[in-house]
Write a protein that binds this ligand. Sequence first.
Ligand code: PMP
Length: 446
Amino acid sequence: MDFGKLIPRSYKNELRKAVRGEGIYLYDEDGREFIDGCSGALISSLGHGNKEVAKAVYDQLVKLEFAHPSRWRNDATLEAAEEVASIAPGDLKNVWFVSGGSEAIESALKIARQYFVERDGKGSGKTTFIARWNSYHGSTIGTMGLAGSMPRRRDFTPLFQETPKIQPHYCYRCPYGQTYPSCDLRCARSLENEILRLGPERVLAFVAEPVVGSTVGGLHPPVEYWPIVREICTKYDVLLIADEVMTGIGRTGKAFCVNHWDVIPDIICSAKAMASGYSPAGAILVSQKLVDVLKGGSGAFQHGHTYNANPATAAAVTATLRIMKRDGLFENAAARGEELMKGLRELMDIPIVGEVRGMGLMRGVEIVADKATKAPFPAKTKAAAVVTSCCMDHGLVVYPGTGMISGVAGDQFLVAPPLIVTSEQIGEILARLRSGLEDAVKKLNG
Ligand code: PMP
């Protein structure tokens, strides 16, 4: 091992070096232009090279770069919390900043447990979370035990506290072999069975992504799904935690994805696009019910990371959200998202495109070997990697799903350009995507 040198993400594939970005475009060391068709991993919602955000961060850094959150408050963070609260649904106006998605989920799990301990006493039996198979909630030990992405967790399972899981709303390959709507949302209703099986007095919270991201790319729920799980959680005194790390901050055409169904969770986890990549950022948005119990009890959230509430991140968050509001980017995501979906449907004539789905500017494509039977390509063909590399050859970056067991379900990828994307650029993305997919057909079937 070469200590002292950067450990690469892959020793096998030489990654291109990104040297510059502007708007929806990235440029490599040879000056080649790529459309960032997935905003990194649904992060760069304002696009690259935004000087307004960069200046806001610079101005903050020269004024106050850091003051430890255990001893100091700072204006930048108070202002950022106001901005986040201004787009939060219901009474989720209490904001705790962290440095990314995994930290947001870990913070949500801890505040949920603390709520029950302070409400019911230290002996509270509420110790169990319920999550879903084929989900991703982060890469720390705690979030990996929670999530159900088989390939990602396989080698690490002995380290986890395992979390009970229910099946996702994977209508294209319904785990129950049923069809929507005659299924009567068995996937959502199975939450009630699982709570009853475990005993409601043991269940703390249900955690799920409103639109699935990196596992079953772009999988959106039937409209009834979130209202049903909300009702079940309320009935059994179980908290509802929405992992909006990918779906939040306008990505699906509304500030938060749960707004589409007027559902108010108890906690929302947000990250990624919150500072649009100009600073590592994340947060939990917490309901008043939880905060009131903490206020009346120990008076503090028993949790903390060094970079909680750091001023530079706060400046990036405030600037990002103000630009998004000023420029109507949530509305743009909704409108451009419809255009993108229309174009993706037209790609269904390509033999390997099995399903297109998603919401707003978070769209997923599932690749299959046989459309009639929905048979996936064998795992060894690495179909998602082939498609994404063919798209790169045409100057388009898409985000391959790597969280499913290849060969069991289809390979997946996400198309999710920055929220600043124009209609013309959507057309360019679709043209490059068609060329990439047509090349992939020749490679996969050739
Ligand atoms: N939850 C979801 C839904 C995610 O997509 C991700 C990141 N892909 C995370 C949590 C973890 O976020 P981070 O990588 O910032 O820790």
